[in-house]
Design a protein around this ligand. Structure first.
Ligand SMILES: [Zn+2]
Length: 162
């Protein structure tokens, strides 16, 4: 359902001033403000600390490389989601992580939150069914192989350029 309609009753929302919040969508039938809702996801630059190599993956039958990513569950912290997604998708344990940046992705109505996830033991690597294939890249190889004009590219290049 579009965010132009009340998620409870389906009535068309109207813009209404709310003190200290500005103009917020309002349902005249429920007599409630309806703050916009969206999805939150984490995307990870997975780095093998010993070798300073970056893991990129191929997914959904597409040939180009992207970052490991997944949606954050309701009630879950971003940090927990990073560790869980890396473990679920790659089998590896995140030893520590670093927050990088966020970007809103209109196509899926998702706030993407990018982290660098450092792993010590790449022998644990055991990709699940969601991953078609994967490879470890040096920093410059990763830059050259990440999917062009993607959010993954934006996050990776921003990180490498720091
Ligand atoms: Zn309503």
């Amino acid at each position: 359902m579009s965010s132009n309609y009340c998620r409870e009753c389906g009535t068309r929302l109207v813009p209404r001033e709310l003190e200290n919040e500005g103009v917020v969508p309002y349902c005249p039938k429920c007599e409630q403000y309806r703050f916009p809702q969206y999805n939150v996801a984490v995307s990870m630059i997975v780095v093998n600390e010993e070798k300073d190599e970056i893991l990129l993956i191929q997914q959904y039958g597409r040939p180009s490389y992207i970052l490991v990513a997944g949606y954050v569950s309701r009630g879950e912290s971003l940090e927990d989601a990073v560790a869980r997604e890396v473990r679920e998708e790659t089998g590896m344990t995140v030893s520590h992580m670093r927050f990088n940046r966020t970007q809103f992705f209109e196509k899926s109505d998702t706030l993407m939150c990018n982290f660098t996830a450092f792993v010590k033991d790449s022998h644990e690597l055991d990709p699940n069914y969601e991953i078609d294939s994967y490879a470890w890249f040096t920093r410059e190889e990763a830059r050259a192989n990440i999917r062009p004009n993607s959010l993954a590219e934006y996050f990776l290049v921003s990180y490498l350029d720091e």
